[in-house]
Design a protein around this ligand. Structure first.
Ligand code: UD1
Ligand code: CA
Length: 456
């Protein structure tokens, strides 16, 4: 049996006051509609699932941001209501399967919640997700018979005073056997307060056709909260971050303050780790056991080995850090940096496309770009690899055990042999043989009879 996932994402979302279509705003670094797709993809479905996304407002932008995902995009040129939106997709659904209807601006519904609805629809019944709210204003109300069966949904604007007192509301999320959905969608009209084709009218049709409407509810109300403006966007972001922090703590992370960590992607920990306040993770980050991250670090798409210490205010991007390393404070590791075990990169050091061997130290005020540095090397304060001639970039290679004196300029392409020593303040532009001392700077001169000028 095929499952059709229909995601409504045609609306403009004018209350967002944004150039960006609403469903492309992000929660946890991921666009909202992608959250919806990802949860749907987690469903345990015995047969194939087809994802249909109904797009309208700025549809090209939405389609571009979801490229390469095997999605059928259906254009709803004019937004004539949720029922009209589903009608656009219904042409493409399978005959005997079921449809799960989701919303691009309701990003945090969990797959376990959706699974319940899918199971109901598989049993030839109507699965409807409802929630009971203290303040149901604006939502469609769930109308039940004296014996408790759902008989209709009435939109807020169409509701009688008695119906307005109902606190159980429609989340909009439902699963319906396709044979019924097709028929009912074809019968929708728009004779109501908003002149729209209401998807919710199919509930009364189900009742009339004696198809049972079975309701279920999410674990947390935030799961079905929609985003209409940036206040709600920020509320859901916080809820999402709280959940991420909880998961991380349950996996063994000690967080100085779970409300001051931001995970915009995925963090995997391989043991107990310690994370101080205001740390931001982006993309995919893997932390080894015993890792400690001090305050205010930003770590993106990187792997940090066991027992390494990242000191405050460091930025690490697309880098691989070995075991027992020390980075920061105020270090900036740019893409393609690799640190061997026990390496140390200290304050105000910037690296890019640089491999630093095990046990090597770059402790202060240095720029290393396009560099290949051996093991147990010491790079003095203020060393710069001059890797760029204004057009092309060149590599610097430094052998094992070399010692680079402070304030050296290393003009690439350049090789410095193993065990070589570079005198402080040198500008090195030619190969340095292994185990030699090289000094390339003006000699110190003392001017014997020199006197300071006197004022005339
Ligand atoms: C809808 C439900 C209401 C429910 C509420 C939950 C209907 C008639 N009402 O009301 O019972 O309580 O959601 O939040 O279904 N959309 C389209 N094309 C359209 C119209 C809407 O794609 O022509 C999309 C919107 O982009 C949005 C979603 O459908 O993502 C819901 O539309 P919206 O107008 O916000 O519905 P509500 O009035 O909130
Ligand atoms: Ca509406």
């Amino acid at each position: 049996m095929n499952t059709d996932i229909i995601i409504l994402a045609a609306g403009q979302g004018s209350r967002m006051r944004s150039e960006l279509p609403k469903v492309l705003h992000k929660i946890g670094g991921k666009v909202m509609v992608q959250h919806v797709i990802d949860q749907a993809n987690k469903l345990e479905i015995s047969h194939a699932a087809t994802t249909h996304i109904v797009v309208g407002h700025k549809s090209a932008l939405v389609e571009d941001s979801l490229a390469d995902q095997n999605i059928i995009f259906v254009l709803q040129k004019e937004q004539l209501g949720t029922g009209h939106a589903v009608a656009m997709a219904v042409e493409n659904i399978s005959d005997d399967g079921i449809s799960l209807i989701l919303y691009g601006d309701v990003p945090l519904t969990q797959s376990v919640t959706l699974q319940q609805l899918v199971e109901i629809a598989k049993g030839d019944q109507f699965g409807l997700l409802t929630v009971t709210l203290e303040n149901p204003r604006g939502y469609g109300r769930i109308v039940r018979s004296a014996t408790g069966e759902v008989t209709a949904i009435v939109e807020h604007k169409d509701a009688s005073p008695k119906q307005l007192a109902i606190c159980e509301v429609n989340t909009g999320i439902m699963a319906v056997p396709n044979k019924f959905l097709r028929r009912w969608i074809g019968q929708l009209g728009n004779d109501n307060a908003q002149g729209e084709y209401y998807l919710t009218d199919i509930i009364a049709m189900a009742a009339a056709d004696s198809v049972d409407v079975i309701t279920c509810s999410p674990e947390a109300p935030q799961e079905v909260q929609g985003v209409n403006d940036k206040v709600q966007l920020a509320q859901l972001e916080r809820f999402y971050q709280q959940q991420q922090a909880h998961q991380l703590m349950l996996a063994g992370a000690t967080l100085a303050d779970p409300s001051r960590i931001d995970i915009r992607g995925k963090v995997t920990i391989n043991g107990e780790v310690n994370i101080d306040v205001n740390v931001i993770f982006e993309g995919e980050v893997v932390l080894g056991g015993g890792v400690q991250i001090a305050a205010n670090c930003i770590i993106k798409d990187s792997v940090i080995g066991d027992n390494s210490l990242i000191k405050a205010n460091s930025m690490i991007e697309q880098s691989v850090i070995g075991d027992n390393c020390e980075v920061g404070p105020f270090a900036r590791l740019r893409p393609a940096t690799e640190l061997g075990d026990r390496a140390k990169v200290g304050n105000f050091v910037e690296t890019k496309k640089t491999i630093i061997g095990a046990g090597s130290k770059v402790s202060h005020l240095t720029y290393l770009g396009d560099a290949l540095i051996g093991t147990e090397v010491n790079i003095g304060a203020g060393t710069i690899t001059c890797n760029y001639d204004g057009v092309n970039k060149f590599q610097t290679e430094i052998g094992d055990g070399a010692f680079i004196g402070s304030n050296s300029a290393l003009v690439a392409p350049l090789k410095i042999g193993a065990g070589a020593t570079v005198g402080a303040g040198s500008t090195i532009s030619k190969e340095v043989p292994a185990n030699q001392l090289v000094v390339a700077r003006g000699r110190q001169v003392i001017f014997k009879d020199w006197q300071r000028p006197v004022k005339k």
